[in-house]
Design a binder for this molecule. Structure first.
Ligand SMILES: [Zn+2]
Length: 217
């Protein structure tokens, strides 16, 4: 199962895919950080091991949380206004809830794709509808060791996993960041056709010719 590093990078990649600004100024970093936290959060169930990889790793629960997040960020006015002020997303506050919900859901997918050395293998992906454990067996991500984490063996296993995840998910996150940066630089058709007020005020652009002709009359 991936470590919090792999999950957090996946969350940040989702935020940039949803149009979070890539600049480091202003609100540019806030949605990637929020999504990184949401993507790592399902492992909070490690605080109570009997529930690990059950409720917080369930697709139906993730779906309900996503619907709640979209509803709250889109239609509860104080939260919607706060989202609008706080996050660097131009396409609307619904996107904030959707990106956070998908970041949470990405945790389930990554755990399903990762190696698992300890039974029961995988995640209870349809808790509480089914108590079956789902495990892909493809082992894209190496296993981590959470028992006795300060032992040399556990530290070596976790370090190797962290490096591998950083290379894999870091590449995905870097690609999403690059596309987000590129997209934010390309003006939309509306922006391209719209004249800047400062230009109009100083008489630059298409209006200056008309003004000149009027003055000559
Ligand atoms: Zn997990």
């Amino acid at each position: 199962m991936p470590s919090p590093i792999g999950h957090a990078l996946a969350g940040a990649a989702i935020a940039w895919s949803f149009g979070a600004k890539s600049s480091t100024d202003g609100a540019g970093w806030k949605l990637p950080v929020a999504c990184a936290v949401c993507a790592a959060l399902p492992d909070i169930d490690l605080l109570y091991m009997p529930t690990h990889r059950t409720a917080t790793h369930s697709v139906p629960v993730a779906l309900v949380l996503t619907i709640l997040a979209v509803s709250v960020t889109g239609w509860v006015k104080p939260i919607r206004d706060w989202c609008r002020r706080s996050f660097g997303v131009e396409s609307g506050t619904l996107i904030v809830g959707l990106a956070c919900g998908l970041a949470w859901s990405s945790h389930i997918l990554l755990d399903w794709l990762g190696a698992d050395a300890n039974p029961p293998y995988g995640v209870q992906a349809f808790w509480p509808l089914s108590d079956r454990w789902f495990f892909s067996g493809v082992n894209i991500f190496p296993g981590t060791e959470r028992r006795d984490p300060l032992s040399t063996r556990a530290m070596l296993i976790n370090m190797r996993a962290a490096v591998q995840e950083t290379v894999m998910m870091g590449s995905v996150a870097a690609g999403a960041w690059w596309f987000s940066r590129r997209r934010s630089r390309v003006p939309t058709s509306g922006q391209a056709g719209r004249q800047r007020p400062s230009d109009a005020a100083t008489g630059k652009g298409g209006t200056s010719d008309r003004q000149g002709r009027r003055a000559a009359r």
